[in-house]
Ligand binder design. Structure first.
Ligand code: C2E
Ligand code: CA
Ligand code: CA
Length: 283
């Protein structure tokens, strides 16, 4: 019992204490079950990738897709990545899952590119644990080669949290990825790390404006000011911007006026399986 309590105390950020309760046991058990379930799910092909189009805001044209992981659980239905990725990140299983996502997403989108004679981009989310893995760069290279995909068509989405450590590894790795020719996006930009210094030192191509800044547009003056500032910053640094979580035509209109070139969100469409993308593109 003491062990269970200690485990939960550690998990809630060390330097704290927890008393043992039955609730904690239940939590530990359901976490363990989820972990075992996820391993099984991976082997039984229950993990799927949905794709959300990224749109040119003035032309309304599809430029690429973000790959978003889903777990099609036979009993619980579709499980959101927010429910299992943090756990997979803690256990390290994300490295294996991430490798599968990288290969599958490159191959799915390359097939679309060949079928439609286009150069659609694919955005792939990369978690810190995966990014820091010693084999990460060669894994990316292998996925590109196997799929026959042009490196420039791949955009790896990382978060600002990676820059907190400042141990040189991130810089080195971004440089190596840049040398391969893949693009780098900072996901959820503006929500993580407060120093902007990394932007001038690192090989970054895109800023993705977090959906929390978009949600209350056009009403919120503060959010409008923040979005405006991010777009100006990006433009002055020669970076591209993508706005996330755009749900209404009003939001898209504000973004267009502010000079944002690209967006994704329910306003255009929800993430969908690759097969449905074909129907969308056939239109
Ligand atoms: P994210 O990278 O910020 O992805 C955007 C999330 O916003 C997605 O949630 C997407 O479905 C949702 N979204 C898109 N348009 C709208 C909109 O108009 N309104 C609202 N309210 N939401 C919108 P999802 O698919 O549940 O993914 C959640 C997070 O899980 C992602 O956030 C990403 O951090 C992580 N994730 C997803 N797939 C992967 C993956 O393959 N690897 C890793 N490491 N993380 C992933
Ligand atoms: Ca993302
Ligand atoms: Ca995001």
């Amino acid at each position: 019992h003491a062990d269970v309590a200690m485990y939960h105390a550690k998990e809630s950020g060390r330097n704290s204490y927890k008393a043992f309760t039955l609730e904690l046991v239940k939590k530990s058990i359901s976490k363990m079950e989820l972990e075992q379930d996820l391993h099984k799910a991976f082997l039984q092909n229950q993990l799927k990738i949905f794709y959300q189009p990224q749109i040119d805001i003035t032309l309304g044209k599809i430029l690429g897709f973000e790959a978003l992981l889903r777990w099609e659980h036979p009993v619980k239905g579709l499980i959101s990545p927010d429910e299992f990725i943090p756990m997979a990140e803690t256990t390290g299983f994300i490295v294996k899952i991430g490798e599968w996502v990288m290969k599958k997403a490159c191959s799915d989108i390359q097939k679309l590119n060949e079928q439609f004679g286009q150069e659609f981009q694919v955005g792939i989310n990369v978690s810190p644990r995966q990014f820091e893995h010693p084999e990460f760069v060669s894994m990316v290279w292998k996925a590109l080669r196997e799929a026959g995909m042009h490196p420039h068509s791949v955009e790896l989405e990382i978060t600002e949290g990676l820059f907190v450590k400042q141990n040189g590894l991130v810089e080195e790795r971004l440089q190596a990825l840049h040398d391969i020719g893949v693009q780098i996006a900072i996901d959820d930009f503006g929500t993580g790390y407060s120093s902007l210094a990394y932007l001038k030192m690192l090989e970054v191509d895109y800023l993705k404006i977090d959906q929390s800044f978009i949600r209350q547009l056009p009403e919120s003056m503060q959010d409008g000011a923040i979005v405006d500032a991010i777009i100006t910053l990006a433009s002055n640094l020669n970076l591209q911007v993508i706005a996330e979580g755009v749900e209404t035509s009003e939001q898209a209109e504000v973004l267009r006026k502010l000079g944002c070139a690209e967006f994704q969100g329910f306003f255009f469409c929800h993430p969908m399986p690759a097969q449905q993308l074909r129907l969308l593109l056939d239109h």
